[in-house]
Design a protein around this ligand. Sequence first.
Ligand SMILES: Cc1cc2nc3c(=O)[nH]c(=O)nc-3n(C[C@H](O)[C@H](O)[C@H](O)COP(=O)(O)OP(=O)(O)OC[C@H]3O[C@@H](n4cnc5c(N)ncnc54)[C@H](O)[C@@H]3O)c2cc1C
Length: 487
Amino acid sequence: MTEIPGLIAASDVEEWADETDVLIIGFGIAGACAALEARRAGADALVIERASGGGGASALSAGIFYLGGGTAVQEAVGIEDTPEDMFKFLMASTGAPDAELVRRFCDDSVEHFDWLETQGVPFERTYYKDKAVIAPTSECLASTGNEKLWPYREIAAPVPRGHKVAIEGDGGGAVAMEALIARCLDEGVRPLYDSRVTALIVDGDERLVGACVRQFGEEQSLRARRAVIIAAGGFGMNKDMMDEHVPNLPETAEPLGIPNNDGDAIVLGQSAGAATRAMGGIIATGSFYPPGHLIKGVLVNMRGERFIAEDSYHGRTADFILEQPNSAAYLIVDSEIFAYPEIETAKHRLLDGWDSITEMEAGLKLPEGSLQTTMDQYNRDAAAGHDTLFNKHPDWLKPLDKGPFAAFDVGYGNSTYVYLTLGGLRTTADAEVLDEQGKTVPGLYAAGACVSSIPQDGKGYASGLSLAPASYYGRVAGRNAARLSNR
Ligand SMILES: Cc1cc2nc3c(=O)[nH]c(=O)nc-3n(C[C@H](O)[C@H](O)[C@H](O)COP(=O)(O)OP(=O)(O)OC[C@H]3O[C@@H](n4cnc5c(N)ncnc54)[C@H](O)[C@@H]3O)c2cc1C
C-alpha cells in the first residue's frame, strides 16, 4: 500500500462493524501507551493491529529509553541532570525543528520514567560506564549519544541519559512490551488483531471519524466517536519508499524491524492531508566499537583524510561514512590498540597489516602522501592532547605510532549497516497531526516511528530517542484524543 489510499466519506459507510471513542492503529509502544492513557481518561480504546499480537518493532528493540532531567536512576547513581540541560543538548544536537515538542519531552522526562516503571517496565539503579552500542549487562544508565562530543559537551553538561530495561544485553523491548500490553488488557483496552487499516474515514467537516479495516479478506468500517491515532510504525521495510526518500543508501544496508514497518502509517496520514518531514533521515549503525579503545584509532576516507571525530555516536559516524566518496572508510589502528571490532554482524573486515604508514597508504591505494600527512598531523595533535581538526575528546587521543599498523574496512560496500527510518508525519507537541499549511487535521493524532519528532537523522540520534518519544507522545496522543467530545 505505498499508493496513498483515498479517504472514505462517512456518509458512504453502509454499516459500522464496531464503534469506539478512540481508535488506535498499531499496537507497538506508541499505540499501547496511547491506548492506556485514553482508557484512563475514561475513553473506550480500540487498537487495530495488523499482526496476530501486539509488540511491533518495539518488542524487537534493545529497550533503551532516552530520558533525563534527574530521573530516579540518574539520582541513584549520582548523576546530576536538569530538564534545561537535556533540552539544550537535544536542541543543539538533534536538528529538532520544534522547540516546544522537545521542551515538553524534557520537562516531563522524570515523570515519564516513573510512569514506565509504574506500568511494570523494570530498570536497575546502576550505571554502565564502558563504551558499547548495547550494554552487555543488565545495568541501566549509559551514555548513548553525542553528549561528550564537541561542541555539545560545551553546550550542556555531558551526562548519560540512556536507560536500558533491566535485562542482560539486548532484548529489553520485549520485556517493556509485555508489561505495557498486559496493562492495556487488564484495563480494558480492546485489541483487534490480524486487521489491517487500509483507509481512513472522514465526516462532512473533514474530521477523522473512523477507519476501514481488512480482516481475513473482509472489509469492515469501524467508527471512532472522538479521534483516530496513527501509531503504525516506520517505513524501512518499504523498498519503494526507501528508494524515493533515501536514494543514496547502498543496497548493502539492511532495514531493522518487522515486515509491517512498511509505511502504512505514513500513507494513511497523507491520505488525510498530513505533511511529512525529514523523510530522508535514518539512523544506520555498523559500529566499529566495542571494544571502546578502538575509538583511539582514526577513520579516513578514500582520499586518506579524516572526516569526523572518531568518538562520535555510532549513528553519527554511519551518516558521515555514507557521505564519503563511495561511502567507503577505513579504521586505522596501531599495534598498541589493535583489536577486532566485536559486533560481528557489522562484518568489518581486517584488510591487512603494514610495517609503516607509507606502505599502508600504497596498500589501500590512497593518494600518495595523503595518509602520511593525515597521520603526521593526528599524531602531533594527539601528543599535544588537542585534536585541532575535529576536537576529538582528549580521553580518546593517543599518537598512533607503534607499528605495525592495521586497517579495517568500515565502509558501506563491504560491511553491513542496519537502519531505522526517522522521518514521518508532522505533529505538534500535543501529538496532533499537521497538514502542509501547518493546520491541525481534525480528529487525527500520531506518535512513534511514523512521526518526525526529535532526531532528524543519524548525526543527531542517540540510542533511546525512538522508544522514549514514542511512548511519551503516545501517551500525549491518548490523553488528548480522549478529551475530544463525541461526534
Ligand atoms: C532491533 C531493533 C532495536 C531497537 N532498539 C531501540 C532502542 O533500544 N531504543 C530505541 O529508542 N529505539 C530502538 N529501536 C527503534 C524502536 O524500536 C522503534 O522506533 C519503536 O519501537 C517504534 O514504535 P512504534 O510503536 O511507533 O512502532 P512499532 O513498534 O513498529 O508498532 C507499529 C505497529 O503497527 C502495526 N501496523 C502497521 N501497519 C498497520 C496497519 N495498516 N494497520 C494496523 N496495524 C498496523 C504493526 O504491525 C506494528 O505492530 C529499535 C528497533 C529495532 C528494530
